[in-house]
Design a protein around this ligand. Structure first.
Ligand code: ADP
Length: 228
C-alpha cells in the first residue's frame, strides 16, 4: 500500500490508522533516515545536509533502504509505504521490487489544498521517542507538549521550520507530484482521497471505504480473519 501526498497531507497519521486496522508494518523512509542520523551511521552522516535543507536524498539511498526493509519477514503479508516513492526513478525501482516479490500495489493519494498544508505544518509536533505526530488543531495531545503514548516531550521537527517547509513543498511540486501521472498510467488501483480540512478519522473512513471496494483487498481481509 502506497500512501502518496505532499508534506503535511497526513500520510504519517493515516499510516498509523492503517497499521492498527490491518496489522501490517508502516515503512517511512523519513523515519528510517532520521534514525540513521540519530545513530550517526555512515548513511546518516551522508544524508544529514540534504535532510536538514529539506531536499531529497539520492534515489539509490532510499531504494536500498526500502529493498532491505521489505525483505524482512514482517512484510510478507503486506506493508504501508509512507513517503516513498518520491521520484519517478524511485517509483520505477519500487514497481520492480513489488513485481519481484509478487505483490500487488494499492496507491492512496491524499489530495490537500496548499493553504491547508501550510497551516497544518505550522502546528505540527512530534514525539522525540516514538515519532507519533500531533497537531495543535486537528490532533492535540491530551496534555500539551507531552506524548499520549509514553509521556515524552513533543518537539517541532527540525525540517518543519518554515523555510525548510517551503523547500520541501518546492521539491514535492517539482519531483513528486508528477508521480500521480505515473500511477495513473501504471496502476489500476489508484485511490484519490480528498484530505483537506477534515478530521483525520473522517479521512481514514474514506480510505477504508475505498480499499474495501478492491477484490484483492477483500481476499486479504478474509485471509486475515481466518488467521485470527
Ligand atoms: P513528511 O512525512 O513530512 O513528508 P518525511 O519524514 O517523509 O517528511 O521526509 C523528511 C526528509 O527525508 C525529506 O525532506 C527528505 O530529505 C528525506 N526523504 C524521506 N523520504 C525520501 C525519499 N523517498 N526520497 C528522497 N528523500 C527522502
Amino acid at each position: 500500500m502506497i500512501l502518496f501526498g505532499s508534506p503535511g497531507s497526513g500520510k504519517g497519521t493515516q499510516s498509523k490508522y492503517l497499521v492498527e486496522w490491518l496489522g501490517i508494518p508502516q515503512i517511512s523512509t523519513g523515519d528510517m533516515l532520521r534514525d540513521h542520523m540519530r545513530r550517526g551511521t555512515g548513511m546518516g552522516r551522508a544524508v544529514e545536509g540534504q535532510m536538514r535543507a529539506g531536499s531529497l536524498v539520492p534515489d539509490e539511498t532510499v531504494n536500498a533502504l526500502v529493498a532491505e526493509r521489505i525483505a524482512q519477514p514482517d512484510c510478507k503479508r503486506g506493508f504501508i509505504l509512507d513517503g516513498y516513492p518520491r521520484t519517478i526513478r524511485q517509483a520505477e525501482a519500487m514497481m520492480e521490487m513489488l513485481a519481484a516479490a509478487g505483490s500487488d500495489e494499492v496507491v492512496i493519494h491524499l489530495a490537500v489544498d496548499y493553504n491547508v498544508i501550510i497551516s497544518r505544518m505550522a502546528g505540527r509536533r512530534v514525539c522525540v521517542k516514538c515519532n507519533t505526530l500531533y497537531n495543535a488543531v486537528t490532533r492535540p495531545p491530551k496534555v500539551e507538549g507531552i506524548c499520549d503514548n509514553d509521556g515524552e516531550t513533543l518537539v517541532v521537527r527540525e525540517d518543519d521550520r518554515e523555510e525548510v517547509v517551503r523547500e520541501r513543498l518546492r521539491q514535492y511540486e517539482a519531483q513528486t507530484k508528477p508521480l500521480i501521472e505515473f500511477f495513473r498510467k501504471t496502476s489500476d488501483r489508484l485511490v484519490e482521497v480528498n484530505a483537506s480540512e477534515e478530521r483525520p478519522e473522517a479521512i481514514f473512513g474514506r480510505i477504508r471505504e475505498a480499499l474495501t471496494g478492491f477484490d484483492g483487498f477483500k481476499a486479504f481481509r478474509i485471509a486475515e480473519v481466518a488467521r485470527s
